[in-house]
Design a binder for this molecule. Structure first.
Ligand code: PLP
Length: 452
């Protein structure tokens, strides 16, 4: 830090403060983790300076032999770890990985047939009329994904996101009674809508998804099954999600982030079968610029870590701990969406405490418990204030917290929320944002949290 301090002391201070914050608080954000020192060090080096557009052995820049080595090792680890035919490790983030996947499927299913029909090899060789027809066809495709309030992600066709502008989108939700995915409803929606891409995967669904059934549905309607496993990649890598719940054998294309339950550097990745490999490898320059070789180096290290037996033990503990947290909350009278969890996250409905998600998030933060508010299915408070809090176990499991510790975390969460009341807005009306935390609660809970 002293080297940074010599140039911009405020940044050195901010880095130091962030380390302190992450040490002192209970990090329950389901999409966060703690990467190992090996991962962090592999990322902070001179690879950062290198340009390497293209793919392994086919670069648009000279002097890429070491980047080729790094990218090949990362891809090899990814293929071996997940049992995938092909891996593309360049995407800079989960959103980028999804964009690469969308365009790969569009190229395979729309562009290549159009080129064949026109008797040419590349879009550049198309005549004006054929090019116009292709552009229209590319912009006229459909995607079916999980709705945001059921736990889907912005990139699964939500309108403010580019995916919702690229595709005509329809979404499937969850059963209003149970909160669980209703495969018959997904099938009915797919039959009616006939999407090009059926997308499965989530950011806030606390259960496993049966990808064998999703593939059956996709095949029935001629869709490509794409799974975004950004959240649960660590559970797949750690062999907790296997068989029907492992997306890799079932989906034609799988995307992920590398920094959530997988515990790597911030970044994304695409896995696919051989039929899509050429299209996926065109991610750069299709939607990506030069790759981040330093991050690919860190991905390789994280993937190597995830291939160790210790990672399987970690993944199992993540799930056991989520169950302990969910059980602890339920026992204390809280309501969880779907009644519990069988992955790494739980979704707590805080309306029973008389609070919005925004109020609960703020009160918990004051007490040193870092969570994020999240909409629950058919949320009366919308996506901004919400009625839910999403709780995840990957980060604290990395720090060694056990099931007993998570039961104590449930006690702390319940204790904070019980002693929080909604505040009043300046107008005198009830507020959805402000709250009043009982006297001394923040200090008491933060002290107990620090002992965990
Ligand atoms: N896909 C899913 C399911 C996610 O939960 C997220 C992140 O929240 C992303 C994609 C996007 O990842 P990133 O923030 O790296 O772009």
């Amino acid at each position: 830090l002293d080297v940074v301090r010599g140039v911009e002391p405020r940044i050195a201070d901010a880095i130091g403060a962030e380390i302190e914050d992450q040490r002192a608080s209970l990090k329950l954000i389901a999409s966060e983790n703690y990467a190992s020192p090996a991962v962090l060090l592999a990322m902070g080096n001179w690879f950062s300076d290198k340009y390497a557009e293209g793919t392994i052995g086919r670069r648009f820049y000279a002097g890429c032999r070491n980047v080729d080595t790094v990218e090949a090792i990362a891809a090899e680890h990814a293929r071996e770890l997940f049992g995938a035919q092909h891996a593309y490790v360049q995407p800079h983030s989960g959103i980028d990985a999804n964009l690469v996947a969308f365009w790969a499927v569009l190229a395979q299913r729309v562009e290549l047939p159009a080129l064949e029909q026109a008797g040419v090899r590349q879009v550049n060789d198309l005549g004006e009329e054929d090019w116009e027809r292709l552009r229209k066809a590319l912009g006229d495709q459909r995607m079916l994904g999980m709705s945001l309030d059921a736990g889907g992600h912005l990139t699964h066709g939500f309108r403010p996101n580019i995916s919702g502008k690229m595709f005509h989108q329809r979404s499937y939700g969850t059963d209003p009674e149970t909160g669980l995915l209703d495969y018959d409803a997904v099938r009915a929606a797919a039959r009616e809508f006939r999407p090009l891409i059926l997308i499965a995967g989530y950011s806030a669904y606390p259960r496993r998804v049966n990808f064998r059934i999703m593939r059956e549905i996709a095949d029935e309607v001629g869709a490509t099954l794409m799974v975004d496993m950004a959240h649960f990649a660590g559970l797949v890598a750690g062999k907790v999600l296997t068989g029907d719940f492992d997306p890799v054998p079932h989906a034609q294309i799988v995307t992920t982030t590398t920094h959530k339950s997988l515990r790597g550097p911030r970044g994304g990745m695409v896995l696919c079968d051989d039929s899509l490999a050429d299209q996926v490898d065109r991610g750069c320059p299709m939607v990506l610029g030069g790759p981040l070789p330093h991050v690919m180096a860190a991905k390789a290290v994280a993937l190597a870590e995830a291939r160790q037996p210790a990672f399987q033990d970690y993944a199992q503990r993540v799930v056991d701990n989520a169950r302990a947290l969910a059980d602890g909350l339920t026992r204390r009278g809280a309501r969880l969406v779907t009644g519990g969890t069988d992955n790494h996250l739980a979704l707590l409905d805080v309306s029973g405490y008389g609070l919005t998600g925004r109020q609960a998030e703020g009160a918990l933060l004051d007490a040193g418990i870092v969570t994020n508010r999240n909409a629950i299915p058919r949320d009366p408070n919308g996506a901004w204030y919400t009625s839910g809090i999403r709780l995840g176990t990957p980060a604290l499991t990395t720090r060694g917290l056990t099931a007993d510790g998570f039961d104590e975390v449930a006690e702390l969460i319940d204790s904070v929320l019980r002693r929080t009341t909604p505040g009043t807005a300046k107008s005198g009306k009830p507020s959805k944002a402000t709250y009043v935390l009982g006297e001394g609660v923040a200090k008491e809970v933060a002290g107990r949290a620090a002992d965990l």
